[in-house]
Structures are given as structure tokens and as C-alpha cells.
Ligand binder design. Structure first.
Ligand SMILES: CN[C@@H]1CN(c2cccc(OC)c2)S(=O)(=O)c2sc(S(N)(=O)=O)cc21
Ligand SMILES: [Zn+2]
Length: 266
């Protein structure tokens, strides 16, 4: 069985036993209390800027905690906003819940969204590897995008979702080269909140500069159901068909404490 996960016996409330960082003072996610957000002038003229390739070869893998697309981020770049250096895209993944009224990791004034997309970047200007960056306070930059249920399928996400039936079990992966327009995985408005936090999964390293966009993108109910069909166990684990389904993989919010929450954008 997994040494951590999202069930009652290995979920977020148990993580600190094996992963002491999970009990730190700079943990993620947090509830974004909009009344606490300061619109900081130091951000106003530093728009978040990203450049992603239009088509690239990707690998999608079932990590046992969800799906993850590894991007081999050679010609990717994220800069501006709260970032002092240029970060490269390493991978992106998603968190969701068993029902549509939960699933995001960050919440806004206590409101949860149905899911949350994370684009994980690392500070390749300052550090020589992703692993090294993941042990530094400014090592990673993660973009968080809320996802709400809409009537239409999300066409870009559909390219990923169509591969999920090939990776139902933990450890399975699928190589695909598809042209992914990352721009459409991000909202139109660049309005965002930013704060210093951590990985939202073990080992919960406090190495992330978080940028959470205010405007959600949409995903259809059917597409979200495909996420929930993933299994957290391997093909060899003989279990009942309905068992081991990854119906939820989100960590509830942790206290912001005395961290500054900055807001930027129109
Ligand atoms: C399992 N944890 C995910 C995979 N990672 C990982 C993998 C290997 C070693 C490692 O040690 C630091 C980290 S990761 O850093 O790419 C991230 S980022 C992230 S989230 N939800 O905060 O965006 C979850 C994970
Ligand atoms: Zn995540």
C-alpha cells in the first residue's frame, strides 16, 4: 500500500508522522482570504510571463496520486510577477474531489472549486537540477488554476484525458506527442494571488513560490469523471473493480500564519 495518500488511514492528517515538514509554518495550500490580500506595488508592473512550446512530446504517468504530464521543459520559460529568475516547466498535474463541491487545494474565502491544475516550474537559472531546486526556498514556482464545471468539454484537457484509459493503474505511463496549447490551460485574466508555500504532497518541502489565478477555467463533468476513474494501485494488486479508485487527491488548506498574501492584476 502507499505510504501516504488521501484515504482515512494515510491521508493529509497523518502525513506529519512520516513527513515532519508537513507540520511546518510555510505549508500549502491555504485559504485565500481576499480581505487579507495586499495589492503590492512591487508586482504591478511585473506581469507574469510564460512561453510554452506549441507542440512537444509528453509523457503522462499514473503516480498513484493522480496523473502527471512530464514536459521535458527545454524551451519553456516562466518569469515576472513574484519571480526574480526564469523558471522552467517540469510537469503539470491536477487535484480533484469525489464530488464537484470540493477538489481544489486552495480555496477562496472558503469556497472550493471542483479541481485545481498545477504547473510546476523550477529555478533553472539558480540551480542545476529540479531535485536541487526542490530543496531551496525559491526553488519551485507553481501556477495554480482553478477548474469549475462547465457544459462544454475543455478541448486542450481532452488531449490528456483521452490518454487516461491507458494509465488506469499506478505506475502505467503513455508517451504521446501532441500539440498542447498551454495558453488555453490558463485563464484569460492574469489576475493572481501569490505567497510563499510548499509542495501540497509529501515530502511537503517549503520550496514553492505559489501563484494562484483568480479566474477559473472550465472542465466538463464527464472529463472530471475520467480523472476519478484512475486507480491508486497497480495492475498486479488484485482488488475489487470499484476499490482503489482515486476519487479524491486534494490536501485541505493550512493556516497562512504570518505570511504575506499579495494580489496583482486588473
Ligand atoms: C509527489 N509530489 C509531487 C511530485 N514532486 C516530487 C517528486 C519527487 C521528489 C520530490 O521531492 C521534492 C517532489 S514535485 O516536486 O514535482 C511536486 S509539486 C506538487 S504540488 N501539488 O505542490 O504542485 C506535487 C509534487
Ligand atoms: Zn499539485
Amino acid at each position: 500500500s502507499l505510504d501516504w495518500g488521501y484515504t482515512d488511514d494515510n491521508g493529509p492528517s497523518t502525513w506529519a508522522e512520516k513527513y515532519p515538514l508537513a507540520a511546518g509554518a510555510r505549508q500549502s495550500p491555504v485559504d485565500i482570504d481576499t480581505s487579507k490580500a495586499t495589492s503590492d506595488n512591487s508586482l504591478v508592473d511585473r506581469e507574469i510571463d510564460w512561453s510554452y512550446p506549441s507542440n512537444c512530446s509528453y509523457r503522462i504517468v499514473n503516480t498513484g496520486y493522480g496523473w502527471r504530464v512530464d514536459t521535458y521543459g527545454d524551451d519553456t520559460a516562466l518569469s515576472g510577477g513574484p519571480l526574480s529568475e526564469v523558471y522552467k516547466l517540469e510537469q503539470f498535474h491536477c487535484h480533484w474531489g469525489a464530488t464537484n463541491d470540493e477538489g481544489s487545494e486552495h480555496t477562496v474565502d472558503g469556497k472550493s472549486y471542483a479541481a485545481e491544475l498545477h504547473l510546476v516550474h523550477w529555478n533553472s537559472e539558480k540551480y542545476s537540477s529540479f531535485k536541487e531546486a526542490a530543496s531551496q526556498p525559491d526553488g519551485l514556482a507553481v501556477l495554480g488554476v482553478f477548474m469549475e464545471i462547465g457544459n462544454a468539454d475543455n478541448a486542450e484537457l481532452e488531449k490528456i484525458i483521452s490518454l487516461i484509459p491507458k494509465i488506469i493503474h499506478k505506475g502505467q505511463d503513455s508517451q504521446a506527442s501532441f500539440d498542447l496549447d498551454f495558453g488555453s490551460l490558463l485563464p484569460e485574466s492574469k489576475h493572481y494571488w501569490t505567497y510563499l508555500g510548499s509542495l501540497t504532497t509529501p515530502p511537503c518541502n517549503e520550496c514553492v513560490i505559489w501563484t494562484v489565478f483568480k479566474e477559473p477555467i472550465t472542465i466538463s463533468e464527464r472529463q472530471l469523471e475520467v480523472f476519478r476513474s484512475l486507480k491508486s494501485v497497480g495492475e498486479e494488486d488484485a482488488i475489487e473493480p470499484e476499490e482503489g479508485k482515486l476519487v479524491k487527491n486534494y490536501r485541505p488548506p493550512l493556516p497562512l500564519g504570518n505570511r504575506v498574501l499579495r494580489e496583482c492584476g486588473p
